[in-house]
Design a protein around this ligand. Structure first.
Ligand SMILES: NC(=O)c1ccc[n+]([C@@H]2O[C@H](COP(=O)([O-])OP(=O)(O)OC[C@H]3O[C@@H](n4cnc5c(N)ncnc54)[C@H](OP(=O)(O)O)[C@@H]3O)[C@@H](O)[C@H]2O)c1
Length: 378
């Protein structure tokens, strides 16, 4: 009593302290998607003192469940209990919602959020955490959730450690970027940084570079079943990637949405060398699309080269090389589906060694920008 005064005085004092203190001190975040990126984000924020809910679709895999439980993440299977607690005041308004699903699951996530109703509307924003671009995604989530949506650049490559002790992260030193210039995003970036996920705002150019690397390499790796060594070691694949890259740049530079975010002060030739060097620098790494294909999971096609084809069509720019790689991947996926009929355990097969001796150094010596650009092929 002496220390804190009467309950009403105490409540008033608490309210005054809260109004003075930073809102970050009690932010609440909801992460949608209990895969690798979602579990990494949720458990890192929670481990460092954040209040985090993780909405999964199915049961978390063993390693994810261990990491989430250890970090104090609250895992839910539907939005209903969250909405109920928000309605009764048991949970304060959400500050941000992070969508960490594959791009082909974004529409489903948006629909579920829309069905859950306006109680979920976050104070700051809904943040997309995925690779590539999806047509109309801002409008989709702004309508479903209310409030602004912005994509983020997820900088690393994440894998679960088999013993459930955490993650192995490539490019761990690079920062998460909230691709927005809105002032309130700085508040969110500060909170994420405070909670162990170093985050900045902006980063449009880094995102454009990463997208170019993914678009140049990922689907070619699926149809050739090749890692990054193999991609840059094979002259035919290298030529194919060069054509895909050039078309992608032409489309993005012509697009009102992307033009101002494209790397400035660099010629097309230099950018091509940077992107190919970025791919080469990942050597034995298999791009995520190739890993997904080999594990029997769907492949993110529409948000990579499929997006270039769609935007090219809108702008009247032909994109035959991007269209061809999209078609080839669809054929490979259809063949795998019909061959395997879901019965073949592709996940049990180890990734093959590079299909040819690594001759990338010879090719790299023809690139004038060697291994300087640390861009993860995702
Ligand atoms: N992995 C990386 O290192 C990395 C790095 C940078 C960027 N990215 C990008 O980040 C995105 C996410 O990748 P990821 O590797 O985390 O994928 P992932 O491991 O496949 O995880 C996606 C998760 O989303 C869940 N999901 C789908 N729809 C949902 C819904 N309506 N509600 C709740 N959960 C839902 C899936 O549930 P189910 O288990 O039921 O399928 C799955 O667990 C992708 O665009 C990827 O390209 C990945």
């Amino acid at each position: 009593r002496k220390l804190f005064g009467r309950p009403e005085e105490q409540r008033a004092a608490n309210a005054r302290a809260r109004s003075r203190g930073p809102r970050e001190a009690w932010m609440v975040h909801l992460v949608v998607g209990g895969g690798i990126v979602g579990t990494f984000l949720a458990s890192t924020l929670a481990k460092n003192g954040g209040r985090v809910l993780l909405k999964a679709r199915s049961a978390l895999r063993k390693e994810a469940a261990l990491v989430a439980a250890k970090a104090g993440v609250e895992v839910v299977q539907s939005f209903e209990p969250v909405v109920e607690r928000l309605r009764t005041g048991a949970l304060p308004q959400l500050d941000a919602i992070f969508i960490a699903t594959k791009t082909y699951s974004l529409a489903e996530a948006a629909e579920q959020l829309a069905c859950a109703g306006p109680a979920l509307r976050p104070r700051l924003a809904t943040i997309g955490c995925y690779n590539g671009h999806v047509l109309g995604v801002e409008a989709l989530f702004e309508e479903a959730v209310g409030g602004p949506f912005c994509k983020s650049l997820v900088p690393g490559g994440y894998t679960f450690r088999a013993d459930g002790s955490g993650f192995d992260v490539t490019n761990a030193g690079q920062k998460w970027s909230l691709l927005s210039t809105r002032p309130e995003m700085r508040e969110l970036a500060r909170d994420m940084t405070r909670l162990g996920v170093a985050t900045v705002t902006g980063g449009f150019e880094a995102d454009a570079r990463k997208y170019l690397v993914n678009t140049t390499a990922n689907l070619v790796s699926v149809i050739s079943n090749t890692n990054c060594h193999g991609l840059v070691s094979n002259v035919a694949l290298l030529n194919r990637m060069r054509h895909i890259f050039r078309e992608a740049v032409t489309v993005l530079r012509a697009s009102p949405v992307h033009a101002s975010h494209m790397p400035a002060d660099v010629s097309l030739d230099e950018l091509e060398e940077q992107v190919l060097s970025g791919i080469a620098s990942y050597g034995a790494h298999y791009p995520s699309s190739c890993k997904d294909f080999r594990a029997g999971r769907p492949v993110e096609v529409d948000s990579l080269n499929g997006y270039i084809v769609s935007i090219g069509r809108q702008l009247g720019i032909p994109t035959p090389f991007n269209a061809a790689v999209v078609d080839d991947v669809r054929i490979v996926l259809a063949q795998a589906d019909s061959l395997l009929s879901g019965a073949f355990d592709t996940a049990a097969q180890p990734l093959p060694p590079p299909p040819m001796p690594f001759a990338a150094d010879a090719i790299l010596s023809t690139l004038r920008v060697p291994r300087r650009f640390n861009i993860t092929p995702g």
